[in-house]
Design a protein around this ligand. Structure first.
Ligand SMILES: [Zn+2]
Length: 413
C-alpha cells in the first residue's frame, strides 16, 4: 500500500467479508484489449506505447517441470502464461473490503489492474496478501480503519476483518491460504487456486506480543511492524523513531512464532534496531532503491540492501510509478534500473517482484509497459538486456524461486 492512498482513490464502504467477495456475482466485463478504447488516458497510453514499443515481442519462458533453474531464453510474449510468479505484495483484502469485485475480470478501460482473474492471466501462482489497515480513519464508517495506535480494539477489528476476508475467499475456493511448506509447493505447482501467504502491513491489529501465536495459528506468516505512519511497535518511513519497548517484545514474539519480518515501511532507525534485536531473516516485500530516488525513507539504502543480503533475505520490486521515477511516467527501464541496482548488492538470487498492484493507486501510475500482471513478463526481457543473467540471475529465480526459498525457510513443514 502506498502513502498517497486516499479515500477518493478507493471508495470505502462498510461491508461484511463474505458479502464483499462477490460470491454469486459474475465477472462484470469480458476482457478486452490491453489498452482502453475510449478514455483519454487510455488513448494517451496507447499512443505512447506505439512510440516506445518493446524491441521485439520477446519474453522468456520457464519450464514448470524443470528441476534446474531455466536460463533466459527468448520466446513470444504470448507464452507468458507459462511463467510462475510469486508476487511479494498485494493488498487484496483491503481492496476487496473496499468494494472491488476480486472475482471479476478487469475491463480494458478500468482504472485498476488487480483482480484474481488478472493474476491468473499473468501466471501469478502465489502472492503475499496484505492485511493493510488505515490508521486515522473512521472505524464507524470504514471497515478497514481504526482511530490511532492506541485504539487496540479498533485496529484488531479492522485487521481481523481482512483475515476473515482471506478465509472467506478460501472457503469459496478462490484462494488457498499458504500455511505450510507443503501448501507453498502445491500452489507453485498450480494445484488449486492462487496461494496466499498472509502478510500484515503494520502490526497495530495485534493487540499485544502475547497475541502473535494466535495470529500465527490463523495463518499469519509475515509481519511488517509499521506502515509509513508508525505503529505502537515501531517508527515508520514517514515517522522517525526506532522500536518502542513493546516493539522489542513484539520482535521476540514474531521470532518465537517463526514469522518473517518485512522491513519495507520501517524507519531507518527501526530497521537498524530490528537487525540488532533479531537474528532472523528479513525481507523488503515492496521496496525500491534509495540510491536512485534519494528523497524518502520509503526506499532502501545500499547499506540496508547489504544487511538484507547478510540475512539471506529478499527484496521485491515495487511497481508504483512514483517509487520508480520522479516527475515523469515510469517505464520498464526504471523497473530494470531498480532491480539491477538492488541485485548487484543483494545478489540476483534475492530479488523478485513485490508489485503492490494497485494498492492506493491506479493503472496510470503503473510503468508504461506494465499495465497488468500479464505484462510482468516484460520485466524479464529488460533484465536480460541489462545483464541480469551475468549476475547469476535466472527466470525461475526472479519470478518465484528466490522468494520461495526464503518462504520455505520460514514456513512450518
Ligand atoms: Zn506498502
Amino acid at each position: 500500500m502506498q502513502p498517497n492512498t486516499t479515500s477518493a482513490a478507493i471508495r470505502r464502504r462498510r461491508t461484511s467479508p463474505v458479502a464483499s467477495i462477490g460470491i454469486g456475482t459474475t465477472g462484470a466485463c469480458a476482457s478486452g484489449g490491453m489498452w482502453g478504447s475510449s478514455d483519454t488516458e487510455g488513448q494517451r497510453i496507447r499512443a505512447a506505447a506505439r512510440k516506445h514499443p518493446l524491441r521485439s515481442a520477446v519474453t522468456y519462458l520457464s519450464d514448470p517441470m524443470a528441476s534446474q533453474p531455466t536460463p533466459f531464453q527468448p520466446v513470444t510474449h504470448a507464452t507468458a502464461r507459462g511463467l510462475r510468479w510469486i508476487d511479494g505484495h498485494l493488498d487484496l483484502a483491503y481492496l476487496g473490503l473496499n468494494g472491488r469485485d476480486m472475482r471479476a475480470t478487469v475491463p480494458a478501460t478500468a482504472p485498476h489492474a488487480l483482480t484474481l482473474p488478472a493474476l491468473r492471466e499473468g501466471g501469478v501462482r502465489v502472492a503475499l496478501g496484505a492485511i493493510f489497515t488505515e490508521c486515522g480513519g473512521n472505524p464507524a464508517t470504514e471497515a478497514v480503519a481504526y482511530r490511532d495506535s492506541d485504539d487496540l480494539e479498533g485496529a484488531h477489528r479492522a485487521g481481523l476483518a481482512q483475515l476473515e476476508w482471506y478465509e472467506a475467499m478460501e472457503r469459496a475456493g478462490e484462494i488457498a491460504i499458504v500455511r505450510t511448506r507443503r501448501d507453498l509447493a502445491r500452489a507453485l505447482a498450480g494445484e488449486g487456486p492462487l496461494g496466499i501467504v498472509i502478510l500484515m502491513e503494520c502490526a497495530d491489529p495485534i493487540r499485544s506480543p502475547d497475541e502473535v501465536a494466535w495470529w500465527h495459528a490463523r495463518g499469519l506468516r509475515v509481519v511488517g511492524m509499521s506502515w509509513a505512519h508508525g505503529s505502537r511497535y515501531s517508527g515508520g518511513n514517514a515517522r522517525a523513531g526506532g522500536l518502542t519497548p513493546i516493539g522489542r517484545r513484539m520482535v521476540e514474539s514474531l521470532d518465537a512464532s517463526g514469522i518473517l519480518h518485512d522491513a519495507s515501511h520501517l524507519s531507518r532507525a527501526a530497521f537498524d534496531e530490528l537487525l540488532a534485536t533479531s537474528n532472523a531473516r528479513v525481507i523488503a516485500s515492496h521496496s525500491n532503491a534509495a540510491a536512485l530516488l534519494p528523497d524518502s525513507e520509503r526506499h532502501i539504502t545500499d547499506a540496508q540492501i547489504a544487511a538484507i543480503r547478510d540475512r539471506d533475505g529478499w527484496i521485491g520490486l515495487n511497481l508504483y510509478g512514483r517509487f520508480l521515477a520522479h516527475e515523469r511516467r515510469a517505464t520498464l527501464a526504471d523497473c530494470v534500473a531498480h532491480s539491477m541496482h538492488i541485485a548487484r548488492i543483494v545478489g540476483a538470487s534475492r530479488v523478485g517482484l513485490g508489485s503492490d498492484l494497485d494498492g492506493g493507486f491506479g493503472r496510470e501510475q503503473l510503468p508504461l509497459e506494465i499495465q497488468s500482471p500479464a505484462e510482468y513478463a516484460r520485466l524479464l526481457e529488460g533484465l536480460e538486456n541489462a545483464g541480469f543473467s551475468a549476475l547469476g540471475g535466472t527466470v525461475d529465480g526472479y519470478t518465484h524461486a528466490n522468494l520461495a526459498r526464503v518462504l520455505d525457510a520460514s514456513l512450518p513443514s
